[in-house]
Design a protein around this ligand. Structure first.
Ligand code: MG
Length: 162
């Protein structure tokens, strides 16, 4: 038996609008704007889902959880992430770690970053890192019209060498 390791990347963006809720890494923020989405619009968790699915060659969350399916309307993205973990488990993959970056101008994340990390590590059971950057007020993220996230995940699988 040999261990095969596979990396996957994820990238996501959502529009920000007044009157919507802002949930990032499972933490709800008190902010004037929130993400426009079919689910709860947790852009960080979506990027992590795509990174994990990508490493397992399982497409992306759009393929696995179509946004025209009423079953996923307003669903918690943490629930989607749990389902992603089940799907990679079925294919024999084990998650090793996740690194991620939120790309956001406002609000400043402050200590919420610790809470996001704890939420994700509790659900995934592996080390998770959450970084953050702004775009120095440039572009749609800098103007506060949107938010983005990027993630990478490493998975391993035991393969028999016949
Ligand atoms: Mg998304």
């Amino acid at each position: 038996m040999t261990d095969t390791t596979r990396a996957g990347i994820g990238l996501d963006f959502h529009q920000l609008e007044e009157g919507e809720s802002l949930i990032l890494g499972g933490v709800e923020f008190d902010h004037t704007k929130g993400t426009v989405a079919h689910s709860d619009g947790d852009v960080l968790v979506h990027a992590i889902c795509d990174a994990i699915l990508g490493a397992a060659s399982l497409g992306d969350i759009g393929v696995q959880f179509p946004d025209d399916d009423p079953a996923y309307k307003d669903i918690s993205s943490m629930e989607l992430l749990k389902k992603v973990l089940e799907k990679v488990d079925v294919k024999g993959f084990k998650l090793l770690n996740v690194d991620s970056t939120l790309i956001i101008q406002e609000p400043k994340l402050g200590s919420s970053r610790v809470q996001m990390t704890e939420n994700l590590e509790e659900l995934l059971g592996v080390p998770v890192n959450v970084k953050a950057t702004s775009t120095e007020r440039m572009g749609f993220i800098g103007r506060g019209d949107g938010v983005g996230a990027q993630a990478i995940a490493l998975l391993s699988k035991e393969e028999s060498n016949e």
